[in-house]
Design a protein around this ligand. Structure first.
Ligand code: PEP
Ligand code: MN
Length: 337
């Protein structure tokens, strides 16, 4: 429930009402605005009704939050959230390009691709050290050694890093070496993991599940927020449909829909969204045009030798072309690259 206080309501009055909300076992929110104080009460609607907050003399209006997700909703926060990954702001005026290999494979592989993408304007480095692979016989990632290489590449280039955490037991080591924790599509509804990354306070890049609805994605984000971490970036990475020409169907509807209903930044992953190298640039342009806050793309200087997802990796030249072709679309959407 959103509770709008009367213009004359003081902070002390707000505190009195917040205490009432808390005593009833609900989660109180304090949102002071320029003209008036707004409060929130989250929890069981039946308990909320019994509080009769709308008849408090200092309350102008008490209205229910219509969506199932609350804290991540624009009903609770109208302005865009800007999430910082190290020195990079995602969700502000600048369109953020996060790039790097699918998997960290070696020091030479990571350092060389990091240099190239940075040189062309990437602002953050991605790379998986723990890899969720469909087959147990495929490369599973370098583990902690990969995380250490990401830290080294970050120190060398100045780019903050994004890397996937697959299990609760990996959270601490990811936090030690990495700037932003990626929750992969396969783990979007791993609630224990969502709570664990929520407790860290570190930026989280939350990918949409392969078969998850937009509401389920936003509710997954709500878990992280509810655990105390507002630093969430949502990622549309394609969903499974009947279409087989592409690896997934990149749902750009979701970006426009989420931007209207949630204040969280949204980035698009055209690499997993298409699974086809030649489609990554056009879908990146589309992502910028639809209003995404950035993209996360896979790049490899020798894709034929890549240990994972080589077919969708941009070569160095293609990454340069991507940045060039993105510019007018980013600018048309009112942002800078
Ligand atoms: C990845 O980013 O390499 C990855 C495995 O992504 P997703 O979870 O979207 O499949
Ligand atoms: Mn990948």
């Amino acid at each position: 429930m959103i509770i709008v206080l009367k213009p004359q309501a003081t902070e002390a009055e707000a505190k009195r009402i917040l205490a009432k909300i808390e005593q009833a076992g609900l989660k109180p929110l304090y949102m002071p605005g320029v003209e008036r104080i707004v409060l929130g009460a989250l929890g069981d609607e039946r308990i909320l009704q019994k509080l009769h907050l709308d008849s408090d003399p200092m309350v102008e209006e008490a209205k229910p939050i219509l969506t199932k997700y609350k804290m991540v909703s624009r009903e609770v926060q109208a302005h865009n959230s800007v999430v910082r990954i190290g020195n990079v702001a995602v969700g502000g005026d600048k369109f953020a390009v996060i790039a790097g290999p699918c998997s960290v494979e070696s020091e030479q592989q990571l350092m060389s691709v990091a240099d190239v993408v940075k040189g062309h304007g990437a602002v953050a480095l991605r790379g998986g050290a723990y890899k969720p692979r469909t087959s147990p016989y495929d490369f599973q990632g370098m583990g902690v050694e990969g995380l250490k290489l990401l830290k080294k590449a970050s120190e060398a280039t100045g780019m903050p890093t994004v890397s996937e955490v697959m299990e609760v037991g990996q959270v601490d080591s990811l936090c030690e070496y990495i700037d932003c924790l990626q929750i992969g599509a396969r783990n979007m509804q791993n609630y224990g993991l969502l709570k664990a990354v929520g407790e860290t306070g570190k930026p989280v890049l939350l990918k949409r599940g392969l078969s998850a609805t937009i509401e389920e994605l936003l509710l997954a984000a709500e878990y992280i927020y509810d655990a105390g971490n507002p630093n969430i970036i949502l990622c549309e990475r394609g969903i499974r449909t009947y279409e087989t020409a592409t690896r997934n169907t990149l749902d750009l509807n979701a970006v426009a829909y989420i931007k209207q209903r949630s204040h969280l930044p949204v980035v698009v992953d055209p690499s997993h969204g298409t699974g086809v190298r030649e489609l990554v640039i056009p879908m990146s342009r589309a992502a910028a045009a639809v209003g995404a806050d950035g993209i996360i793309v896979e790049s490899h200087l020798n894709p034929a030798e890549a240990l994972s997802d080589g077919h969708q990796a941009l070569t160095g030249d293609m990454f340069a072309q991507l940045m060039q072709e993105l510019k007018p679309f980013v600018e048309a959407a009112g942002r800078t690259l």
